[in-house]
Design a protein around this ligand. Structure first.
Ligand code: ZN
Length: 233
């Protein structure tokens, strides 16, 4: 009886608040999802989460010690994934980040490689950018991960220092020197001796993640792993 009532209420609310797939526009999808099953299955899964020495891990070889690393999907231009990431970053569509975080979270939960993670840390955003956007997209992704994989999110352990105008114009070597100082650990006690999963939306060169991981590892005995939604070739 109750389930029939629930179905009835669900159908009724669907009539009042129709809900469409971000990919193909169909309305046959669950209210907690933004993609229908068909569009969701078409996202290009990397299988990196299950695989040692995957391309994301290799990105960091010889640069900084990263325990494990993964990206859930391949990033390609003009794809549905790109559209969702743009909506998350520039169109205030947080549900897209929650959804992608949940997909990443399912992968992490199902992999033995990440089972000893103690906490999630979103890669801090440039403070000015975060103020303008109103949120940090990496934190939204962490919330999605947390919905399916019950690991705490630490948002106050590391911050990003604002670049000056002249610093951004400097050459790459100098930029890297500066990059090393761009992250400041504000609560070392919370990460000491822990295995932290550093989370971001996309991994490309890995320079920013590398700098943040290095800052967090310094003097703290912290182990760092990395997980992103997308990987750019
Ligand atoms: Zn669809």
């Amino acid at each position: 009886m109750i389930s029939r009532l629930q179905t009835y209420l669900k159908d009724f609310s669907h009539l009042l608040f129709p809900h469409y797939c971000e990919g193909c526009g169909t309305d046959t999808l669950s209210s907690s999802s933004i993609l229908c099953a068909q569009c969701s299955f078409q996202l290009p899964v990397t299988n990196f989460t299950q695989t040692a020495d995957n391309p994301v891990e290799k990105t960091f070889f010889g640069r900084v010690h990263i325990e494990k690393a993964t990206a859930a999907f391949y990033f390609t231009k003009d794809s549905l994934l790109q559209q969702l990431l743009i909506e998350l970053k520039y169109r205030n569509h947080k549900e897209a980040g929650i959804y992608l975080g949940k997909l990443l979270g399912h992968q992490l939960q199902q992999s033995d490689r990440f089972s000893d993670i103690d906490a999630l840390v979103p890669l801090p955003l440039n403070p000015k950018k975060e103020q303008k956007r109103g949120y940090n997209q990496a934190e939204i992704i962490c919330k999605g991960i947390h919905e399916v994989w019950n690991k705490p999110i630490l948002t106050n352990v590391v911050t990003r220092v604002q670049f000056t105008e002249t610093q951004t114009k400097q050459d790459r070597v100098h930029r890297w020197q500066n990059m090393k100082d761009v992250f400041a650990v504000t609560n070392r006690q919370q990460i000491t001796g822990k295995h932290i999963l550093l989370v971001d939306d996309v991994v490309t060169t890995g320079a920013t993640l590398e700098a943040c991981a290095a800052a967090m590892q310094k003097d703290s005995g912290t182990t760092i792993s990395i997980a992103t939604v997308a990987y750019t070739i």
